[in-house]
Design a protein around this ligand. Structure first.
Ligand SMILES: C[S@@+](CC[C@H](N)C(=O)[O-])C[C@H]1O[C@@H](n2cnc3c(N)ncnc32)[C@H](O)[C@@H]1O
Length: 435
């Protein structure tokens, strides 16, 4: 029998046990549910993941012994029950009974007594449930990430953590080749979707609440795309001009490729490259919807022999693979799957991509480096080291009213101005120092 709580427990167990991403597993399991059950399913997946570390620390002592890995679905079902008791208005009896019943639906009837006992205790002790937790657990963060953020941003740590546990804003990018932002705001108004213009991204619109894309006027005709304001800001940094050749080096699923092509439709070519062939096909879908064209290449960007024709690019965007610590509220699974030990290899990969792609940039060209990370090792430290390694690389100032000036670039925070956490650097290749 279809049950949103059981579906959510399976989704979260898959993330915990297989290391899968929420973005991949959630829609797959969602297909099994009736449309009316889907919003509860989503809310339970996102909410329980957001507060996983807090629930885990509070509930662990209630288990007589840890459950085996194969019973991660039972543990997640109990955490989902506890999430409902602590963070939703779902009546406690419904939260508890449905999770107890869920054990049977998981074909683990042996667990229903335990689930019942733990959730009833959780209900009884609700007032003090979270009172004796460590600072990291209280903030619902894994200790390593809490410590990294605390070291990096001691003065605004609480705001970063709170923003990372909140619901993300829902932003659109208006396709300026089809319509104007003012006209599109009117169109939204006519279908009773409340929205306002973003402060910094010229084509950006923020909706008052998330909305199914099917309800957005002209979405399927390419009038608009879903994209956070911070991500939209790459286009002005690139200073795009007609007839330039542009490389979008880590392009999938193509959000920024689309923004580049809409912003400057007279480029000579945009090469959109990604190592992940499956994700690359999403660029194609997105560009088809927007009626735009790019040269799609599936390759490891750092293997120039495999993909580069030796012709320079006037502009390069490297939206690097990163810890994604600036977008935790969109991807709360990061707090479960990302490990401290991932950061060093990610920094090494970013360094390799920066150094390799720098060779493909034309003298006098502009290279924009972006991450959705809040960790200095991936951002300002990465860029400072890059500039020190390349004598023909000079940082261009980013004179904007968004973000905060840091060595090497500009840092955007998720708790400020309603956009995602991001980092941008803009680098010029000095033609006089190119041999
Ligand atoms: C932050 S995402 C890019 C998001 C994209 N720019 C957008 O705006 O829609 C990073 C991308 O880098 C890709 N990637 C990781 N390592 C790569 C490599 N060595 N070469 C090319 N792409 C790579 C990943 O597959 C992923 O799609």
């Amino acid at each position: 029998m279809k049950c949103p709580r059981v579906a959510a427990a399976r989704c979260l167990a898959n993330i915990e046990q297989e290391g899968s991403s929420l973005a991949r597993v959630l829609p797959r399991i969602e297909q099994e549910l009736d449309p009316a059950q889907r919003s509860l399913y989503r809310e339970l997946c996102y909410g329980t993941l957001r507060f996983y570390w807090k629930l885990d620390a509070a509930l662990k002592p209630f288990f007589s012994k840890p459950l085996k890995a194969k019973d991660s679905d039972v543990k997640m079902l109990i955490y989902i029950g506890a999430y409902q008791l602590s963070y939703t208005r779902i009546p406690p009896h419904a939260a508890i009974n449905s999770c107890v019943e869920g054990c049977r639906k998981l074909k683990k009837k042996w667990a229903s007594g335990m689930a019942n006992a733990i959730l009833r205790r959780c209900q009884r002790e609700q007032d003090g449930l979270f009172s004796a937790l460590s600072p990291a657990a209280s903030a619902a963060f894994p200790a390593w990430l809490f410590n990294s953020l605390q070291n990096a941003w001691p003065d605004n740590l609480d705001d970063i953590l709170t923003a990372s546990n909140s619901h993300p804003p829902f932003c659109l990018r208006v396709n300026q080749q089809h319509t104007s932002r003012t006209t599109y705001l009117d169109a939204l108004n006519q279908v009773d979707i409340s929205a306002s213009a973003c402060d910094f991204a010229q084509q950006g619109i923020r909706l008052a609440q998330a909305c199914n894309v099917d309800k957005l006027p002209g979405f399927h005709d390419g009038d608009v795309s879903v994209q956070d304001e911070a991500a939209q800001l790459c286009t002005t940094l690139l200073e795009l001009k007609p007839n330039q050749r542009v490389l979008d080096a880590c392009a999938a699923p193509g959000g920024k490729t689309g923004a580049i092509l809409e912003h400057q439709p007279e480029l000579s070519e945009v090469v959109a490259l990604d190592i992940d062939e499956q994700r690359l096909s999403r660029i194609e879908d997105n560009l088809n919807r927007l009626h735009l064209n790019a040269t799609l290449v599936s390759a490891d960007a750092s293997d120039l022999d495999a993909w580069w024709d030796g012709q320079y690019f006037d502009r390069i965007l490297l939206d690097a693979p990163c810890s994604a610590t600036g977008v935790i509220r969109r991807n709360p699974d990061i707090k479960l799957n990302r490990l401290d030990s991932d950061i060093e290899p990610l920094v090494a990969l970013q360094t390799t991509l920066l150094d390799t792609l720098w060779q493909c940039l034309a003298p006098d060209g502009i290279f924009v480096y972006a991450t959705c990370s809040l960790l200095p090792a991936e951002n300002e430290q990465q860029l400072t080291a890059f500039i020190a390694r390349h004598n023909n690389a000079e940082l261009l100032p980013i004179n904007t009213d968004w973000g905060v000036d840091r060595k090497g670039g500009r840092q955007l925070f998720p708790q400020v101005d309603g956009h995602d956490g991001f980092f941008y650097a803009k680098i010029h290749k000095n033609p006089e120092l190119c041999s």
